[in-house]
Each structure stands twice: as structure tokens, then as C-alpha cells.
Design a protein around this ligand. Structure first.
Ligand SMILES: O=C(O)[C@H](CS(=O)(=O)O)OP(=O)(O)O
Length: 240
């Protein structure tokens, strides 16, 4: 089984998607927000590209979350904030989510055999689930505004490392190897690296440090969000 890593939203090619299990990784913050929302009681997350599309979906039982330039969108209920959604108590509502990078990556991967949502919070559960699908795996890093994001690369490196521990049949591209080595080198200072990353600095400047601390927790959850008919639903991995 092959694992390949894609560095940014725009770099995905058809061969990364066709017959592949794609894990969309956007640590800061879309993937972490989706894990937090499904943990806190939302029945599903609906990723959309524009705030207009989100407004049009407003209805009873629908909550809107998202950001532009890291800030909450006017008229929305929440920012793209995992800690705000983690604290929120919801039972069965649908969350409509629009973000700069993460929700675009989910749309671009829509023709994959399977799409899973991964980050540090659910790394082991997510890669375990991906390996069980028996397809080659693409670790699709969303990055930030067209650039590689170190936090996504480190989460990809962690997943590569776990995959190799689980299966000796895993082989990877050179970038995946590099990211695994980077993860193993930087894991003792993971939170500091996230705070010092390009997106991390933007979020700290805007008083969202709490989100970064939350997103740097490894294996906080066993939830594995997956995409089905343009919605993101919840499944649990049984790796324990
Ligand atoms: O606000 C976020 O979490 C980021 C904004 S940025 O463009 O990366 O600065 O969006 P996301 O789509 O979650 O990466």
C-alpha cells in the first residue's frame, strides 16, 4: 500500500484522487473544527465554498460556522473555532462550514474512493481507518493560502509514522519520508512549532491561541469524520 503526501490545496492531481483514500489534513483549523463539532453533538458538517451558499442553507436545525482572514463571518454563529464548537452543546443539528483552505480541499477531493478528515486530534484513528479501506492513501495537506503549512506536514508525518508501525506493507513517497522525520524531530516541541507557524502567528495575533493549544493534542479523539454525499459524518475507529 502506497502513501503519498500532497503539500497544498492546488497541488492535488487526478492520480492522487482516483481510487484513493484521501485524508484531508488542515490542522489550523478546519479539520480540527470538524472533529470538535462532531464530538460535541452535531449530526453532520456540510462544507461549502462561499458565505452566500452558507446563508442560503440557513434553516431550523442549521448552524453556520466559518472564517475569512481567520475572523468569524458576519451573521454566522461561530468562527472556524474548534474550542468554541467543543464547548457548544448541540444535539443533532447540522453545521454548515466555510473556511479558506480546508473546505476547498474537501471539494477538490470529491471524486476520491473515500475522503476522511484528519489532524493531530484523531491521527491514529484516522490513519487506522484509512489503512482498513485497502486503497492507496493520499495525505492531502490543505496548507494556508496557497502555501505549505508546517502543522499539516507534521500531522501527515505522524500518520506516516503510525501507518509504518501498523503495516510493513506500507511504502511512501520521499516527501512523506521527510515529513515523518520532521515529525519525529519536532514532536517534543509540537505546540511551540504550531504557535510559531504562519497560520499559528495569525491566530495568536487575533487572540485564538486557545485554538492552537487545542489543535496540538495528539489522539484526543477516536472520531473519524468521512464525506458522504457532500456531508461529513462521523465514524469511530476501533484501533483500541
Ligand atoms: O482561520 C483558519 O483557521 C484558517 C485561515 S488561514 O487562511 O489558514 O489563515 O482557515 P483554514 O481553512 O481552516 O485553514
Amino acid at each position: 500500500m502506497r502513501i503519498e503526501t500532497v503539500q497544498t490545496v492546488e497541488e492535488i492531481r487526478p492520480e492522487h484522487i482516483t481510487d484513493q483514500t484521501v485524508i484531508v489534513i488542515d490542522v489550523l483549523r478546519a479539520s480540527s473544527t470538524i472533529v470538535a463539532a462532531l464530538s460535541s453533538g452535531f449530526a453532520s458538517v456540510i462544507p461549502v465554498q462561499t458565505s452566500e451558499h452558507a446563508y442560503a442553507l440557513r434553516a431550523p436545525g442549521v448552524i453556520l460556522a466559518g472564517e475569512r482572514y481567520c475572523e468569524q463571518i458576519a451573521g454566522f454563529d461561530y468562527n472556524n473555532s474548534p474550542t468554541a464548537l467543543q464547548r457548544a452543546k448541540h444535539t443533532g443539528e447540522r453545521l454548515v462550514l466555510t473556511t479558506t483552505n480546508g473546505t476547498r480541499a474537501i471539494q477538490k477531493a470529491e471524486k476520491a474512493a473515500d475522503i476522511l478528515i484528519g489532524c493531530f486530534l484523531n491521527a491514529t484513528a484516522c490513519i487506522t481507518k484509512a489503512l482498513s479501506q485497502n486503497c492507496d492513501i493520499t495525505l492531502y495537506c490543505a496548507g494556508t493560502r496557497g502555501e505549505f503549512a508546517i502543522e499539516d506536514g507534521l500531522a501527515a508525518g505522524l500518520m506516516v509514522h503510525i501507518a509504518k508501525t501498523i503495516s510493513s506493507a506500507v511504502h511512501t513517497c520521499d516527501l512523506s519520508e521527510l515529513l515523518e522525520a520532521g515529525y519525529l524531530r519536532l514532536v517534543p516541541v509540537l505546540t511551540e512549532r504550531l504557535l510559531a507557524s504562519t497560520t499559528g502567528k495569525r491566530l495568536v495575533e487575533r487572540q485564538y491561541t486557545e485554538d492552537i493549544l487545542f489543535c496540538s493534542q495528539i489522539d484526543f479523539s477516536q472520531i473519524v469524520p468521512f464525506v458522504s454525499e457532500k456531508r461529513i459524518l462521523l465514524s469511530s475507529s476501533s484501533y483500541k
